[in-house]
Design a binder for this molecule. Structure first.
Ligand code: ADP
Ligand code: MG
Length: 641
């Protein structure tokens, strides 16, 4: 190795991913070209913007373009741009390391991706950019010269765990990536990347809309002028893409394929979009928008610095990616482009924040996305289900933050319920099924469907045939606090406040009063005995099988919600709850009798404690002092074995 050439190792996740690429059987190898062109195009966007903002930057931006070179003899393919380029550190950071790494999920999936199908899916899901060149090349060289720097960098790797890096003196501004193509496979004419024709057709198919010229030298054969004369072969440089901005073209003139490829370019995605939304606003504030709803949630959707997916252009010029002013956070999975006519090229994020026009655009885009989801829901049930499975958890965040659209958000949401094990229900469907006399929409929140179904809170609802929504996403615990009703029907938690589950077999008023009297002493005594844990003890109408359950005040904070606040670093007072007893359960009637007969016996107080602990365990809660509970229980069991 030369002096000055350094050998470095890829970061661990990058190495594993590369390994997948090198041995890839990915069905769509062609996509490597789209990825490299996409990177070149991004680099040109960045340089134009940088040159505009930094007048001291000495670069020539008069002919920004991408060039593709094919060398049939050497079996190499070079993709060159005169864009922003990378410094040495950037090459190490951006190419030697995975930007998306560090997440447990990626690591786990890499570990699990043992077979071809799994790796294929992984490649599709993570959208592997630059590394995709190793699907077709056994060696890749990258030469890059960052705008404004004196030194350039050469990088080389065969994708096997290490790469070399070297400083070089002279290299043109920008980046060139040279692929040493894998040996020719005679059977596989379809994947001959040394064929001009193949490259041209790939560019047409995948990258036609790229806003920069993609040039290639092509042979032009002119037939002999006269019989017996020679065919004339000339070499010409041709621009092989049309460069038409897709969002500026009428929707009916753009094919579905073109939209798909554009989506993959701007979203850095490998899946297909579930839906395309094209919009055009004319008048005082003109803009065009082309938005995509993906079909797969990105794996970092809940990561706080996850990027939002809308790019801002001003008069066809790329201004910024991840323009969070254009889309509310709960729609952060929407990808696309907004091209505004009347903004300055100099706009910054700070200016955008204050801009009335931008806020108006955001409001319109939001409404449009929501109405599109609504259409999916009513017209393409299968796609809607896909959408909701992937993004429902994020969309529900909107119930908390976007009060203007709360009604629409409630309409497009669906929830698991006791009605069906497989299918989620919309609120409208729930309301349709409500029983005569039922005035509220009942719901339970918790961690899993299983746990909720077994919870004592649900017993009476189930016994009486009321449907209950089963809400198990963390965000559910929060939004139920800010949504009071749907379609005039209040939302009611099965674990909160008083519920009146009157039905035919209920006790009469007189019988009830009688029962209250019978239990009055026990309730007073229990309230005192358990005062450390509960603030009230009362008889329940929601229990049919369990002896007791814990209830939160109508406006109180549930323990689960308190946990969510605590996890986010907010201290919240956890109020005491109410213990409700099932007056027909033998444990409760037995306790009443024991209390009447031997009020001072300490084992009676212990039974009360056990009763409380059991109620807590049954709803999946955590005991405050598990050791003490275990001791009491063991003691009791010892006497009965
Ligand atoms: P992504 O494009 O999704 O970020 P890639 O693997 O395609 O992922 O590229 C990684 C990073 O390397 C890019 O974000 C960019 O910063 C840098 N990069 C790749 N190709 C080029 C290029 N031609 N010019 C400048 N930077 C590049
Ligand atoms: Mg890329």
């Amino acid at each position: 190795m030369n002096a000055g050439v350094e050998q470095l190792e890829f970061q661990a996740e990058a190495r594993q991913l590369l390994d997948l690429m090198v041995h890839s059987v990915y069905s769509n190898k062609d996509s490597f070209l789209r990825e490299l062109i996409s990177n070149a195009s991004d680099a040109l966007d960045k340089l134009r913007l940088e040159a505009f903002r930094n007048k001291d930057l000495k670069v020539d931006t008069s002919d920004l373009h991408i060039e593709i070179d094919v060398d049939k003899g050497a079996r190499t393919l070079t993709i060159r741009d005169n864009g922003i380029g990378m410094t040495r550190d950037e090459v190490i950071g951006l190419i030697g390391t995975l930007a998306k790494s560090g997440t447990a999920e990626l690591r786990q999936q890499l570990r699990e991706a043992k077979n071809a199908a799994a790796s294929e899916e992984l490649i599709g899901q993570f959208g592997i950019g630059f590394y995709s060149s190793f699907m077709v090349a056994d060696k890749v060289e990258l030469l890059t010269h960052k705008a404004g720097e004196s030194e350039a960098t050469k990088w080389e790797s065969s994708g096997e765990g290490t790469y070399t890096i070297e400083a070089v003196d002279d290299a043109p501004q920008g980046t060139s990536v040279t692929l040493h193509l894998k040996p020719e496979d005679a059977e596989d004419e379809l994947h001959d990347y040394t064929s001009d024709w193949k490259i041209k057709s790939l560019v047409k198919q995948y990258s036609d809309f790229i806003a920069w010229p993609i040039r290639m030298e092509v042979e032009r054969r002119t037939p002999p002028a006269e019989e017996g004369g020679e065919e004339v072969v000339t070499i010409e440089t041709e621009t092989i893409n049309s460069m038409k901005a897709l969002w500026a073209r009428p929707k009916d003139e753009v094919s579905e394929e073109e939209y798909k490829e554009f989506y993959k370019h701007i979203a850095h995605a490998w899946d297909d979009p579930l839906e395309v939304i094209a919009m055009k606003a004319e008048g005082t504030f003109e803009y065009q928008a082309l938005l995509f709803i993906p079909s797969h949630a990105p794996f970092d959707m809940f990561n706080r610095d996850a990027k939002v997916g809308v790019q801002l252009y001003v008069k066809r010029v790329f201004i910024m990616g991840d323009c969070d002013q254009l889309m509310p956070e709960y729609l952060r999975f929407v990808k696309g482009v907004v091209d505004a006519q009347d903004l300055s090229l100099n706009v910054s994020r700070e200016i955008l924040q204050q801009d009335r026009q931008i806020n108006a655009i955001r409001r319109r885009l939001t409404k449009k996305v929501l109405s599109t989801i609504k259409e999916l829901q009513s017209e393409r049930a299968e796609d809607y289900r896909t959408f909701w499975t992937q993004f429902g958890r994020v969309v529900k965040e909107g119930l908390l933050s976007d009060f203007d659209n709360q009604d629409t958000l409630l309409q497009i949401s669906s929830f698991a319920s006791t009605h069906s094990e497989e299918d989620a229900t919309t609120l409208a469907e729930y309301v349709e099924r409500m029983k005569d006399g039922q005035e509220q929409i009942f719901y339970a929140t918790g961690e899993t469907r299983q746990q909720l179904l077994k919870s004592p809170h649900l017993e009476a609802f189930r016994a009486k045939g009321y449907e209950v929504l089963l809400l198990t996403d963390p965000v559910d615990e929060v939004w139920v606090g800010s949504v009071t009703e749907f379609d005039g029907k209040p939302l009611q938690s099965v674990a909160k406040g008083e519920v009146d589950l009157d039905s035919g077999e209920e006790k009469s008023e007189a019988e009830r009063e009688e029962q209250e009297k019978e239990f009055a002493d026990l309730l007073t005594w229990l309230k005192e005995t358990l005062s450390e844990h509960v603030k009230e003890v009362r008889l329940s109408t929601r229990l049919t099988e369990s002896p007791a359950c814990l209830i939160t005040d109508a406006f109180g904070m549930t323990p689960a919600l308190a946990r969510i606040y605590q996890a986010s670093g907010q201290a919240v007072p956890v109020g005491k709850r109410i213990l409700e007893l099932n007056p027909s359960h033998p444990l409760v009637t037995g306790l009443r009798q024991a209390h009447q007969e031997r009020a001072d016996d300490p084992t009676v107080a212990e039974t009360a404690e056990l009763l409380y602990g059991t109620a807590l365990l049954a709803e999946g809660g955590a005991l405050e002092d598990p050791a003490r509970f275990a001791e009491l229980l063991a003691d009791r069991l010892a006497r009965t074995v």
